[in-house]
Ligand binder design. Sequence first.
Ligand code: GTP
Ligand code: MG
Length: 345
Amino acid sequence: NSRDPTSLRTPIVAVLGHVDHGKTSLLDKIRGSAVIEGEAGAITQHIGATAVPLDIISTIAGDLVDPDDFDLPGLLFIDTPGHHSFTTLRSRGGALADIAILVVDVNDGFQPQTLEALDILKRSQTPFIVAANKIDTVPGWNVNEDMPINATYDAQSDRVSSRLDESLYKIIGNLSDEGFSADLYWRVQNFQRNVGVVPVSAMTGEGVPDLLAVMMGLSQRYMKEEMEIDVTGPGVGTVLEVKEEKGFGKTVDIVLYDGTIRADDTVVVGGQNDPIVTEVRALLQPRPLAEIRTESRFEKVDEVGAAAGIKVAAPDLGDAMAGAPVRVVRNRSLDEVVHEVRAEL
Ligand code: GTP
Ligand code: MG
């Protein structure tokens, strides 16, 4: 644990899954737990993302996460919609992510967008775990709020726990049908070869400590080399959405995965025809405590560093494209940066 944590980037975690399986509820639960711990300000709401620092993860996960074991700064979660019409948002989220959580309702099991999300993760070779959500809906479930899964398992009757096991093994079977060798997460030795399944309830918080512990372990173990980047260099990101914003005209919501972006930077953004060269007019973050589902009120910031979700207001963004690259120019030659962006389009 000797590395300087400020030189490590926050891993980007995409939350994917079928409509209504509980992706947003899971992030709401994590945010809510921090509020209860009196740490509401520590979790920051980004454009399309939620940043959870390591000390909060450790507070929520209790004994399962010792902050001294990790030198990553935390996790940046990207929520994605499960409705079938949002395929492009899902694939963008999946492609951007370092790691992912595939949320599956234990009762509903695999559904069309579960399979679609799996395909995205396969194609982008993103390591992931499965959150088998809504375990509290198993008939007869005895709720143990916010407890790790082994503690709450022990508190269930044999009939209830074998009913849950049945649903979990069905999910493991479905994963196997799709070519993934999977098992309950506590039986997985190598998370690169096997997919861990974590039973959780976004409603009661049961299993959420385990989920956070597994995500931290996965990022620390397998992603760290990629995180060791120059976090102070010129920013690099991807456009999530192009949006009209009152008072700002066309803006781009981006996820920055490398370096920094400043309110006076020149940036190159991928466009429908050609790369767009423009000057940042404002960097906009949701105000603290803004609702996760709405992001209508913004606050101007001078600079943000990776990983972060941020809205960029700038002239000439009319032709900007969702999914396109964004690069900060700063001390580099403009031609070179334009060339890089064009090569990625
Ligand atoms: P989309 O964004 O539309 O794809 O849905 P989502 O995956 O974000 O689902 P969301 O979090 O909105 O939850 C859908 C419904 O399931 C809501 O009514 C939640 O209250 C409920 N729900 C989510 N997680 C749980 C859970 O663990 N237990 C129970 N009982 N209900 C849950
Ligand atoms: Mg949602």
